[in-house]
Design a protein. Structure first.
Length: 410
């Protein structure tokens, strides 16, 4: 029986979603504990930041390469089955990492398991997106995604904070074992969900399976393509604040490691605020997305003129909140405005584009900060993202020739 909750908490009225959100919070916290533990192990053994970067690359490369195929798989098989298999494999991988680190085995094995974990995550990702649309009705999907953003932000802060303490007290292997335990929590949560309360999604008919069918589908949906393009620009030049915050702190703001830590914490707080704001909207629309993109772009340019750390932090809060609002609205529209049988492939392409934007945007922003200066880089990036938003708004004024629901009716 559904609980009567305020509209802001609509998704939490669903028992299956409450289980999913709680498990997600635990899983995200454990995931960040493992990320920090893995980075520290690699850095401690090699003393090389490049080696850490190589480890990160191994974990993200599978999503860039296999994303569309993972989406096609998610559109053909029940997402619950894929997730249970993926979480089980993640559990085995985390336990194996703990044993390798405890035994002091060579880094080659740790790198290999990192790549395996990235592969599992790449195959599981689109299914996770489709499953989110099954634990709540379509009208509450945006609200659910907004609360997912909140749990992800809170889990990140909890995981990073606990990792620093536990690594110093009990050692790195325990971080991997704790992460393994979080996968047990997710598996248990899925198994106790009520199948009768799921909201089924259509799957692809045999003639519409595969990556090529997904690309053909997108060719006729200009609105989705525009959102992908805008997302690439916003993610590449407007989301890599870890780079620009470091450059501003070390350069014109004259702060040190403590100032950078403060700004990182402020940014995390902003992401939680953004998730709560997104949850307050009954509907996350494209005009809302474009408005948030325009405002955050202007604020990004303004942040380049901040005279000190505190004023820079004050601008970062609404920028971080706006970024979460944009991402939540974009994810909601990509799911609700695409055919159910294509949703896995749409989400997979979205994830691939986001990964590519991060991979290219971070070094580009770093180069801009070194060549022009951090302040100038922020102003330039803000102007570019604002222009991209204006162009996207103009392109979205004309509707697609083929309705997005056509595939769902096939």
């Amino acid at each position: 029986m559904r609980r009567n909750l305020p509209p802001m908490l609509a998704a939490l009225a669903n028992r299956n979603y409450r289980l999913w959100a709680a498990a997600d919070l635990v899983s995200v916290s454990g995931g960040w504990m493992q990320v920090l533990g893995l980075n520290w192990v690699v850095l401690a053994r090699t003393g090389s930041a490049t080696s850490v970067g190589f480890s990160v690359l191994l974990s993200t490369l599978p999503a860039l390469i296999l994303g569309p195929w993972a989406g096609a798989l998610a559109d053909r098989l029940p997402p619950r089955r894929i997730i249970l298999a993926g979480e089980s494999l993640h559990l085995v991988t985390a336990v194996s990492l703990a044993l390798m680190v405890w035994a002091g085995l060579p880094l080659a094995g740790i790198y290999a398991l990192t790549a395996v974990g990235g592969l599992i995550g790449a195959l599981e990702g689109p299914a996770l997106g489709r499953f989110a649309g099954q634990v709540v009705p379509p009208a509450e999907l945006g609200n659910a995604l907004a609360w997912n953003s909140v749990t992800n932000s809170v889990g990140r802060v909890l995981g990073m904070s606990l990792a620093g303490v536990l690594a110093a007290v009990v050692g790195d292997p325990l971080l991997f074992l704790i992460n393994a335990a979080t996968f047990v929590v997710v598996i248990a949560a899925i198994l106790v969900m009520r199948p009768g309360e799921f909201h089924p999604l259509a799957i692809s008919p045999p003639e519409e399976t595969g990556v090529r069918a997904g690309l053909r589908y997108l060719r006729g949906r200009r609105a989705l393509v525009v959102l992908f393009a805008l997302g690439f620009v916003l993610s590449g030049l407007g989301r890599n604040y870890q780079v620009t915050m470091a450059a501003m702190t070390q350069g014109p703001l004259g702060g040190g490691a403590a100032a950078y830590g403060l700004l990182s914490a402020v940014f995390a707080v902003g992401t939680v605020v953004g998730g709560i704001i997104a949850a307050r909207f009954a509907e996350l629309t494209v005009p809302l997305l474009l408005g948030a993109a325009a405002v955050t772009s202007v604020l990004q340019a303004v942040s380049g003129f901040a005279p000190g750390v505190l004023s820079f932090a004050a601008v970062i809060v609404p920028i971080a909140a706006g970024a979460v609002l944009i991402d939540t609205a974009k994810s909601t529209r990509l799911q609700l405005d695409s055919a159910e049988g294509m949703r896995g492939r749409v989400l997979a392409i979205h994830g691939t584009i986001a990964a590519a934007a991060g991979a290219t945007g971070a070094p580009l922003l770093g180069w801009l900060c070194e060549f022009f200066g951090p302040r100038e880089a922020l102003v330039l990036a803000g102007v570019v993202t604002l222009l991209a938003t204006v162009f996207a708004a103009a392109a979205l004024r004309t509707p697609d020739d083929v309705p997005a629901v056509a595939m769902a009716e096939a």
